[in-house]
Design a protein around this ligand. Sequence first.
Ligand SMILES: NC(=O)c1ccc[n+]([C@@H]2O[C@H](COP(=O)([O-])OP(=O)(O)OC[C@H]3O[C@@H](n4cnc5c(N)ncnc54)[C@H](OP(=O)(O)O)[C@@H]3O)[C@@H](O)[C@H]2O)c1
Length: 163
Amino acid sequence: MIAYVWAQASNGTIGRDGTLPWHLPDDLQFFKQKTLGQLTLMGRTTYDGLRKRPLPNRTNVVLTRRLDYTAPGAVVVHSKAEALALAAAHPEQDLMIVGGAQVFTLFADVVDTLYVTRLAGEVSGDVVMPPLDWDAFERVSARLVPNDDPALAHTFETWQRRN
Ligand SMILES: NC(=O)c1ccc[n+]([C@@H]2O[C@H](COP(=O)([O-])OP(=O)(O)OC[C@H]3O[C@@H](n4cnc5c(N)ncnc54)[C@H](OP(=O)(O)O)[C@@H]3O)[C@@H](O)[C@H]2O)c1
């Protein structure tokens, strides 16, 4: 499986100042559940936002063009092809692609499962989710989670690529 895991506001915002613009503990828990034990691929900017601390108990894979980039505790790859080859060499693990926007653009033709957490409200930010070919996918589940702040109510959706 090649999956995307992300959260987005109703206006498409996914990031601000190199990090997430909200704190949603249950979404972090969902993210953890989906990525634990898996190949967890992210762009260099997103990884830097984690202060270059690898997420524990999963294989962190960082995509960068910088040949001299180092990320102790993570695997560094330099191209989409290298990332896909790594995934092919580890069929026992799913390839969970966790952003950011550049990386979501890059793998849009090969992703087969989308895990999106949709916030009800708009949030200001500086990075938005790129367009996806939603017609190529069908929604197979949705679970609404209310919040005291209506803007932070959110829905966990799963989409599968149509055959
Ligand atoms: N809401 C969410 O679920 C979510 C999830 C993830 C991230 N985010 C947010 O998204 C923002 C970051 O997104 P972003 O789009 O700016 O950056 P990004 O996708 O995380 O990383 C971009 C970097 O990836 C590398 N890269 C991109 N395409 C490549 C290619 N074809 N080959 C090799 N390397 C490539 C480059 O690294 P080099 O410059 O080192 O070459 C590029 O600068 C942050 O605010 C983060 O918090 C949100």
